[in-house]
Design a protein around this ligand. Structure first.
Ligand SMILES: Nc1ncnc2c1ncn2[C@@H]1O[C@H](COP(=O)(O)OP(=O)(O)OP(=O)(O)O)[C@@H](O)[C@H]1O
Ligand SMILES: [Mg+2]
Length: 341
């Protein structure tokens, strides 16, 4: 339900004066637009205001980032999990990973295949949540689905996961073919938003691994995202869809009246000897579509093997000693700077 707030209430939420809120309103072009103007003053959508305050670092709250590329196999999952383990393990952040991809790679990287099988059998995955939305059932149990303190790395604490399911493959097609009006849920892009509303802000970071398309499941991720990152191999096919992604997110952002910032493109699986990769990197560095993260992830066997779920002690052991850990660390720092200033 939409809630309205006036400037003085915004001041209370942000623990500041109404005068300061008035200054923000004048100073920041992206300050939410009032949705009603009455004698008593201007009224704003409370949720939009809270998201703005959070984005500007005026109040605490989860910083939520979606990882998207229309191309498969560009290291979206590896980058999501890598960043999550560094934020939690190295920087002591409380992190939630939401696996929206029916391929469930992120899930099996973080809890292993066996545990996933158990959860899937019991219906404790996002499959049940989306199935509920389609079939007017109420079976999803977020408490049972939310996996606490996951990851196979001993040093990583405070990393939680909401798992995906392979069964979402069929659901994804069904969802795509159903007209909006036929959803039980009155807004099919807010299924995830409602599911995490009560606890999302207990986290410092929420990272969302999206499937390689811009369908409804991805839009559910974007609906709660403050920003998104586009991992890409610097080659022709992987970078081809980037302008389209940016365009689509921007349109969606306008539709929902929330700013979703393109945090940047991150180059993955880079081959030093490849002239195509070097040329594409030069193009990406120009930042015509979006800024390029300074950190580059080179093609490396150990990063490729990181999907394996087996007990490991330290993050360096997990990601590797030939600079892979250090690159993840500098990537995490870049992300934190963008999100926290
Ligand atoms: N830096 C790297 N060097 C070598 N291999 C890598 C690297 N990063 C990821 N990989 C491997 O590349 C493959 C694709 O990576 P990943 O699964 O992370 O991509 P994705 O974009 O999530 O794919 P999908 O679209 O299928 O979800 C995986 O086998 C992964 O282990
Ligand atoms: Mg993936």
């Amino acid at each position: 339900m939409q809630e309205f707030v006036g400037l003085s209430e915004i001041a209370v939420i942000a623990e500041t004066s109404t005068q300061t809120v008035n200054n923000w309103k004048r100073r920041y072009k992206d300050f939410p637009k009032p949705i009603a103007q009455v004698k008593a003053g201007e009224f704003y959508d409370k949720e939009q205001v809270i998201n703005w305050l959070k984005r500007r670092g005026k109040i605490m709250g989860a910083k939520t980032i979606a990882f998207i590329n229309l191309k498969g196999g560009v290291a979206k999952t590896t980058t999501t999990v890598g960043l999550a383990t560094l934020l939690a393990g190295t920087y002591g952040k409380k992190v939630l990973v939401i696996d929206l991809d029916p391929q469930t790679n992120c899930t099996t990287m973080l809890i292993g295949e066996e545990k996933w099988q158990d959860l899937n059998r019991e219906g404790h995955t996002l499959y049940t949540l989306f199935k509920d939305a389609l079939s007017e059932t109420d079976d999803f149990d977020i408490v049972a689905a939310l996996q606490k303190n996951v990851s196979n790395i001993r040093d990583v604490k405070n990393l939680d996961l909401i798992p995906s399911s392979l069964d979402m493959v069929d659901l994804q097609d069904k969802i795509a073919s159903i007209p909006q009006g036929q959803f039980y849920s009155n807004n099919p892009t807010e299924i995830i938003k409602r599911a995490v509303r009560d606890f999302k802000n207990d986290y410092d970071y929420v990272l969302i691994d999206c499937p390689p398309n811009m369908g409804l499941i991805t839009l559910n991720g974007l609906r709660i995202a403050d920003g998104y990152i586009i991992p890409t191999i610097p080659d022709v096919l992987s970078t081809y869809g980037i302008p389209q992604i940016i365009n689509r997110v921007s349109k969606f952002s306008d539709t929902i009246g929330e700013h979703i910032e393109c945090l940047g493109i991150v180059a993955t699986k880079v081959r030093m000897q490849s002239t195509l990769h070097s040329r594409t990197l030069v193009e990406l560095e120009k930042g015509n579509d979006a800024p390029l993260f300074e950190t580059i992830f080179y093609e490396n066997n150990q990063m490729g093997e990181a999907a394996e779920y087996q007990a490991i002690n330290t993050l360096r052991q997990k990601w590797g000693y030939q600079g892979q850990y250090d690159r993840l660390e500098s990537f995490a720092r870049e992300v934190m700077t963008k999100m926290e200033g």
